[in-house]
Design a protein around this ligand. Structure first.
Ligand SMILES: NC(=O)c1ccc[n+]([C@@H]2O[C@H](COP(=O)([O-])OP(=O)(O)OC[C@H]3O[C@@H](n4cnc5c(N)ncnc54)[C@H](O)[C@@H]3O)[C@@H](O)[C@H]2O)c1
Length: 255
C-alpha cells in the first residue's frame, strides 16, 4: 500500500503503538502529522526526525491535546499549510497507560470516569469534526478510530475505558453514515491486548501469557501487528469499507 503525496494525521503518536503507525505511513511515502500532548513533545520530535531521516515521506510533530478545539485548529492549519490538506486521520490518542491500575467500577471516582470519557470519546469526536471539512474540500478521506477488544470482553477493572471504547464504535458508525456522501470512510480497529509498555504496567506477565494462549495464533501481540489493518483502512484499497470495526487480536475474540 503506497501513500505517496497523501497526508496522514496520527494522534497519540508518542505512545507505545502510535509511533509504529507514523513510521509505517512515512515508509509508505505519506506526509505524516504526528500529534501528541505537549508533555510528549520531546519524544514526538525525536520520532519525527528519525522517521523523516529513514526516507519516505516527511514527518512533522505537532503538540496538542485532542480535547482542545484550538489545538485541532492549529493542527489542521499546519497540515494545510505544509502539505495542502488531510487525506487520513488515525484517532489513536487515548488514556490507556495513564490508567495505572485496574479498579472495580464501585471504586472509580466521577473524575476518573469523566477524564477517560473526555479524551477517548470526546477527543475522538473532536478530531473527526476538525478534519471532516478539510477532507470534504479535498474530495474525500479516511478516518480510523481505535477501539479495543475489551469493549467485547468487558474485562473487569476498566469500566470507564471499556465504556469509552464501546462509545467509539458507535461514534464510528454514525460518522460513517454522516460523512459517506462526502467520500469519507470511517472505521474502527479494535486491538487485543498488546504487549507494550502500557500493558506491562497494568498487567502481569502471567495475564499477558494467558491472553496469548487464548488466541488462535497463540502468541503475544506486538504493536506492529496493528499496522497492516490501519494502513488498509486508510488506503485506496479500503475505499468501500466503512462503519466497520476490524478486530485485530490474532483470533482471540470472534465477532
Ligand atoms: N496497548 C494495548 O494493549 C491496547 C489494546 C487495545 C487498544 N489500545 C488502544 O490503542 C491506542 C494506543 O495505545 P497505547 O498502548 O499506545 O497507549 P499509550 O498510553 O502508550 O499511548 C497513548 C498516547 O495518547 C496520548 N494522549 C493521551 N491523552 C491525550 C490527549 N488528551 N491529547 C493528545 N494525546 C493524548 C498519550 O500522550 C500517549 O502518547 C489507544 O487508543 C488505546 O486505547 C491499546
Amino acid at each position: 500500500m503506497q501513500f505517496d503525496g497523501k497526508t496522514v494525521v496520527v494522534t497519540g503518536a508518542a505512545g507505545g503503538i502510535g509511533g509504529n503507525y507514523v513510521r509505517a505511513f512515512a515508509a509508505a511515502g505519506a506526509n505524516v502529522v504526528a500529534a501528541d500532548v505537549p508533555a510528549a513533545a520531546e519524544a514526538g520530535v525525536a520520532l519525527a526526525e528519525k522517521a523523516t531521516a529513514a526516507g519516505g515521506g516527511p514527518v512533522v510533530f505537532v503538540a496538542g491535546d485532542v480535547t482542545s478545539d484550538a489545538d485541532w485548529a492549529v493542527l489542521v492549519a499546519r497540515a494545510r499549510d505544509e502539505f495542502g490538506g488531510i487525506d487520513a486521520l488515525v484517532n489513536n490518542a487515548a488514556i490507556y497507560q495513564g490508567l495505572t491500575a485496574k479498579r472495580p467500577l464501585t471504586d472509580l471516582s466521577t473524575d476518573d470516569w469523566d477524564t477517560v470519557l473526555r479524551v477517548n470519546v470526546r477527543g475522538t469526536w473532536q478530531g473527526i469534526r476538525a478534519v471532516a471539512p478539510v477532507m470534504r474540500a479535498g474530495g474525500g478521506g479516511r478516518i480510523v478510530t481505535i477501539s479495543s477488544t475489551t469493549a467485547r470482553t468487558g474485562v473487569p477493572g476498566f469500566a470507564h475505558y471499556v465504556a469509552s471504547k464501546a462509545a467509539v464504535e458507535g461514534l464510528t458508525r454514525v460518522a460513517a453514515r454522516e460523512l459517506g456522501a462526502d467520500g469519507i470512510t470511517v472505521n474502527a480497529v479494535a486491538p487485543g491486548l498488546v504487549s507494550d509498555e502500557a500493558s506491562r504496567a497494568l498487567n502481569s506477565d502471567a495475564y499477558l501469557a494467558a491472553a496469548a494462549g487464548g488466541r488462535a495464533l497463540g502468541r503475544e501481540m506486538l504493536p506492529d501487528d496493528l499496522v497492516g489493518a490501519v494502513l488498509f483502512l486508510t488506503s485506496d484499497a479500503g475505499g468501500f469499507v466503512t462503519g466497520q470495526t476490524l478486530v485485530v487480536d490474532g483470533g482471540g475474540v470472534f465477532t
